[in-house]
Design a protein. Structure first.
Ligand SMILES: NC(=O)c1ccc[n+]([C@@H]2O[C@H](COP(=O)([O-])OP(=O)(O)OC[C@H]3O[C@@H](n4cnc5c(N)ncnc54)[C@H](O)[C@@H]3O)[C@@H](O)[C@H]2O)c1
Length: 306
């Protein structure tokens, strides 16, 4: 009798789970065609790493214009100061902190200072990154370690430092910069690709952990960004065969797309967004060896540089 009740309970639970899976799938498909309205981020304290240059700076300027209180973090004081000045000159609110985000103690110290001097952070943008480019046997040990430290480990330090207050208030949004190199493996970028695939793994695992811990009640959102080549100087030696069809993205355009995706609570986007479908096709629908042949034809990537 007890066994029969157990089986019936299990079957009912399975049916209920399948119904919920089905509805969630339909909701997600609907959201592809009818995205959420962009959310209001006025007054939200937004911390951005690598805010002194490139996409970090462009995002900081846009967050400032949208009324967020921007906390700019960079290892480079000059660039960071410039970003803060532009935000303030445009009437926005910004604060600057110099910090090497690979240093865990410095990141925790930063979190304490920001809490005391600015307030509780509700939007974290893990953006700082570096991209050396060499065939794998020429990557030195310090280069491999620093690429992992900046692109991956620092994301974990920032999450550990800023997630607790988001969890206490059940309010927040974490944005992470992965890359097209986090969806497809590229020549000369073996360690870099490793870090960018890993960033996607960190984001997915963290979102799943919060979902399970809270019984699906967590309101903290996650957005992972996978840009194609963006004209910031990070890609020092780009190789693009079809230059008219696959132009580099301008950093301001990338920032517009990133902030739009974040404000609409989109989970993962490519920049430009149309690459999403081709990468899904090459990633899941054709064999890896066939995708390699196609990638050789498209021939977009980066040449080696120091
Ligand atoms: N530019 C591209 O083509 C491209 C493509 C895909 C993904 N991405 C990713 O987007 C992010 C931003 O790229 P970008 O091109 O704007 O970079 P960028 O080089 O223009 O700016 C990076 C900023 O990060 C800062 N930074 C580096 N190490 C740091 C550290 N240890 N602590 C604090 N700050 C540090 C730098 O000082 C710089 O201001 C990176 O994570 C990058 O990997 C870039």
């Amino acid at each position: 009798m007890a066994d029969a009740i157990e089986v019936i309970t299990l079957v009912l639970e399975l049916i209920w789970t399948l119904i919920r899976v089905h509805f969630e799938n339909i909701r997600c498909i609907y959201r592809v065609f009818v995205p959420n309205e962009p959310k209001d981020i006025r007054g939200e304290i937004t911390i951005i790493t690598g805010a002194g240059h490139g996409m970090g700076r462009e995002m900081a300027l846009r967050f400032g214009k949208l009324g967020a209180v921007v906390v700019c973090v960079d290892i480079n004081p000059k660039g960071n100061e410039e970003t803060v000045k532009i935000i303030k000159d445009n009437g926005g609110k910004a604060h600057r902190y110099e910090c090497d985000v690979t240093d865990r103690a410095a990141v925790f110290n930063l979190a304490e200072k920001v809490k005391k001097e600015v307030g509780e952070v509700s939007i974290l943008v893990n953006n700082a990154g570096i991209m050396p480019s060499q065939p794998i046997l020429q990557w030195t040990e310090p280069k491999i370690k620093s690429t992992i430290d900046v692109n991956l480990t620092a994301n974990l330090w920032m999450i550990q430092a800023f997630l607790p207050s988001m969890k206490e208030r059940n309010h927040g949004h974490i944005v992470a910069m992965s890359s097209m190199a986090g969806l497809i493996g590229f020549k000369n970028l073996v360690p870099y690709c490793g870090t960018k695939f890993a960033v996607r793994g960190v984001m997915q695992a963290l979102e799943n952990e919060l979902y399970e811990e809270s019984n699906g009640k967590s309101k903290i959102k996650f957005t992972t960004i996978c840009p194609y080549m963006v004209n910031t100087g990070l890609c020092k030696n780009p190789r693009i065969r079809f230059k008219d069809q696959m132009k580099m993205v301008e950093p301001g355009d990338a920032a517009d797309q990133i902030i739009d995706a974040m404000r609409r609570d989109i989970n993962e986007v490519t920049v430009p967004s149309n690459l999403h479908y081709s990468t899904r096709f090459f990633g899941y629908l054709i064999a890896p060896s066939a995708a390699r042949i196609m990638n050789s034809f498209v021939d977009a990537g980066v040449e080696a540089h120091d």
